[in-house]
Write a protein that binds this ligand. Structure first.
Ligand code: DAH
Length: 335
């Protein structure tokens, strides 16, 4: 009998009920007079006292769980009202319903793991930055139009960092090469919000400084991460680009395809999704942090975690990542 209880318990862990019809089917299968739960209770009556003691608790837990599932969905289908009607905060909590990691956290962890496997270490820095770490030390000249590449939120004395490249500078200031780091974090830009762009998002910065580091090392590292993360055979392309802190500079796109509507919207119909900027660190940037650019060379990259998450999980709109809608988040349980 305990096996039957476990079976039902497992079968209902991942149950999806999308309509009143499906809910009624659920009720008939489990909760009706002739349903599985009642059958178990009928059998329970015939057990000896000892057996009853062992079985009683799991059976009652199962009953509470099934009724809970039923009631929650019933509310969902019968009342189109606000949060407080939807969640009855007085109901007992089901032990099954543990929280889950946010999809962005899952992607960030996985990406960092891939770079750890290549010998990268991790560092983080502040979200409220000074002009020097966000711009100056990264070779943005005082009045250079490149500052406009990133619409910045300013306070009187500080900026909300527009990229995680600021953390590169902080780490170069306090370490001596060789340096091999990934630096994840949240960044802010004063941008028009749309399905592809938000006024804050997440990046992972990468930095590798050593003697004799080349652009070939950069490409190999990035190819490796793409194949590991998206699977072998994933297509990428590099495009020449411009950043004040790298020379030469490039951007890398991933082939998302044009088959699904989400992929078409995300890629503006081209099939290619830009996921990162990269390049060989500009000698001025190394110099600004007292690293001898004659002895050392370096590559760097900054990749957008949010877009990668959209692509990986087929989420069509970047804003969905920040609504904290339980119907989206619960799909990531156990990942
Ligand atoms: N900081 C750039 C951005 O936010 C991305 C980037 C480009 C980072 C090139 C880098 C790099 O480290 O080398 O758009």
């Amino acid at each position: 009998m305990i096996e039957q209880i476990q079976q039902i318990d497992e079968a209902t862990n991942t149950v999806t009920i999308n309509s009143e019809k499906e809910l009624e089917a659920f009720r008939l299968e489990y909760l009706s007079q002739k349903g599985k739960l009642n059958t178990l209770f009928e059998n329970f009556k015939a057990l000896s006292g000892d057996q009853k003691r062992d079985i009683g608790k799991p059976l009652n837990l199962l009953k509470a769980k099934l009724e809970n599932i039923y009631q929650q969905h019933k509310l969902l289908f019968t009342e189109k009202t606000g949060f407080h009607d939807f969640f009855d905060t007085t109901l007992p909590v089901s032990a099954e319903h543990k929280g889950s990691l946010h999809p962005l956290t899952i992607v960030e962890n996985r990406l960092c793991e891939i770079f750890f496997s290549l010998g990268f270490d991790i560092a983080t820095g502040p979200e409220i930055e000074d002009d020097n770490h966000n711009f100056g030390a990264l070779n943005f000249a005082e009045d250079h139009p490149a500052r406009d590449m990133q619409d910045t939120f300013f306070t009187a004395e500080h900026v909300l960092r527009t990229h995680t490249s600021s953390v590169q500078v902080r780490e170069m200031e306090k370490r001596i090469p060789p340096i091999r780091l990934v630096m994840p974090g949240r960044v802010y830009r004063n941008e028009a919000v749309s399905s592809r762009s938000n006024c804050f998002f997440h990046q992972i910065e990468g930095l590798y400084i050593d003697r004799g580091v080349t652009f070939a090392d950069l490409k190999k590292t990035l190819y490796y991460f793409v194949q590991q993360f998206f699977g072998p055979g994933t297509q990428v392309r590099f495009r020449a680009s411009y950043f004040p802190f790298t020379e030469p500079s490039a951007e890398m796109d991933i082939w998302a395809g044009t088959e699904t509507e989400d992929a078409r919207r995300l890629t503006k119909g081209t099939g290619w999704l830009e996921v990162l900027g990269c390049g060989m660190v500009h000698p001025n940037v190394l110099k600004a942090s007292n690293i001898d650019s004659k002895e050392y060379s370096a590559f760097a990259f900054g990749l957008g975690i949010d877009r990668i998450a959209l692509l990986k999980y087929g989420i069509g709109d970047i804003r969905d990542l920040f609504l904290n809608d339980i119907r989206l988040l619960s799909q990531f349980r156990g990942l």
